[in-house]
Design a protein around this ligand. Structure first.
Ligand code: NIG
Ligand code: FE
Length: 412
């Protein structure tokens, strides 16, 4: 199968095979009147339309005319929790009346509510829900998504969630990168026995996940009243020894030293970082840890936004993601994430686009295969309704994605 996308008013390549830091985040490498050739799902040529047309016989290709439209790499949502049972609209309603996320958690609500519903849900129910959520993400131009467990907190349900991700990956065109987040909260059965729970994960759950290849990353919610820095370190180092890549929910509500820990254990990314210290940011920059920022969560929790400007100016590679989950951020809308990052985090639009493409690819360890329109990469490509990427945040809250190609196949 050979396809040609031609006449793109802006071919936004985001060219690169490693995460972009500092000034480089502004470089989108745009080709005006651009074209892309794809064979067997892989990008074969990228350039000006008139030059590419000289080199090929157009009749051999399935042709898509992108005249008056911008073409970009498929977006990568590198931080989500999209497989869960039940909803928490009642908690959101309480937050509208002034309750905080932490108050709700301390009264026994929050993540634990979703755990109960997820334990009750059958695998088939979770697969049906997952499919719908993936379809919605696809409509926003997402071609690869990271998905976390963490609404089971017992062996069977954590494994059930990871198996659901695996099945969804087989049946849905979006690629799913699975992350084990068994340390998302302390289950009721282990109340006040955090270390015993961490030991249970290390001894019983991680070896099984490794053997069945059910997750690439291990993540932990390192937060006041959840898992301390020492508990998180113990889990992350054990996971690293078993060959997992690492992520952290770090310094989201309280400045606890999560960013520093991410640097110490050489995590691929540290996520949230609303309260990350200068020292933690500096340490992350030195160790090349990606800062995955989740502005829709800060927005939804009415928290202050992460210091993206400071991070980029101090040499960090920043990625942006949705954090889609039933509690702190119930949205799969990456256009909204980009709008918030540019309105409230002082990121330029070019930096925000880099943050959902090549830098997000790096946050899931796939910067050599996806995240840009470069020869040799997978043909994960989106076409917008409009001539410029500048329309993405401008048309607030909706998707302007017209077509999505995954591995060179039109899927939306
Ligand atoms: O990334 N902070 C921890 N985990 C999620 C929220 C999960 C939930 O509330 O269900 C987050 O915000
Ligand atoms: Fe999260």
């Amino acid at each position: 199968m050979k396809i040609l996308i031609k006449n793109a008013s802006e071919l936004v390549t985001c060219s690169g095979t490693s995460p972009k830091k500092g000034e480089d985040m502004k470089k989108l490498n745009i080709i005006e009147n651009g074209a892309v050739l794809v064979e067997e799902g892989i990008i074969k040529k990228v350039g000006k339309t008139e030059e590419i047309l000289k080199e090929i016989n157009e009749s051999e290709y399935e042709v898509y005319d992108a005249k008056g439209k911008a073409v970009l790499p498929g977006f990568i949502d590198s931080h989500t929790h999209f497989v869960f049972g039940g909803y928490r609209a009642d908690e959101y309603y309480l937050r509208l009346k002034g309750a905080t996320y932490m108050e709700i958690m301390e009264k026994g609500g929050g993540i634990i509510n979703s755990v109960e519903a997820t334990r009750r849900a059958s695998k088939d129910e979770l697969i049906e829900l997952g499919k719908k959520r993936l379809d919605s993400m696809l409509s926003f131009g997402v071609t690869t998504v990271e998905g976390k467990s963490g609404y089971g907190l017992d062996f069977d349900t954590e494994i059930k969630q990871l198996e659901v991700y695996k099945e969804l990956n087989d049946i849905h065109p979006i690629d799913i990168i699975p992350t084990f987040l068994g340390a998302h909260s302390i289950p009721r059965e282990y109340r006040c026995r955090n270390i015993e729970y961490i030991d249970f994960i290390i001894e019983k759950v991680l070896p099984y996940i490794k053997e069945k290849n059910l997750a690439q990353f291990v993540d932990v919610f390192c937060e006041k009243n959840v898992f301390s820095v020492d508990e998180s370190r113990k889990l992350l180092l054990a996971a690293k020894m078993m060959g997992f890549k690492l992520k952290l929910h770090a310094d989201e509500i309280v400045s606890l030293g999560g960013a520093e820990l991410a640097a110490e254990v050489e995590a691929v990314s540290a996520d949230h970082l609303l309260q990350a210290s200068d020292k933690g940011i500096d340490m992350m920059a030195k160790r090349g840890v990606i800062a995955t920022l989740l502005p829709a969560t800060a927005f939804s929790l009415k928290e202050n936004f992460a210091r993206a400007r400071y991070m980029i100016d101090n040499g960090l590679a920043v990625a942006l993601a949705s954090d889609f989950n039933p509690g702190s951020c119930f949205t799969e809308n990456l256009s909204l994430v980009i709008a918030l990052a540019t309105l409230y985090m002082n990121m330029s639009l070019e930096e925000a686009i880099t943050a959902v493409t090549i830098n997000a690819a790096a946050a899931v360890g796939m910067e050599k295969e996806i995240g840009s329109i470069d020869v040799g990469k997978k043909a994960d490509i989106i076409i917008l309704e409009h001539p410029s990427y500048k329309f993405i945040p401008y048309h607030i809250g909706v998707s302007i994605v017209e077509k999505v190609f995954k591995n060179g196949k039109l899927i939306y």
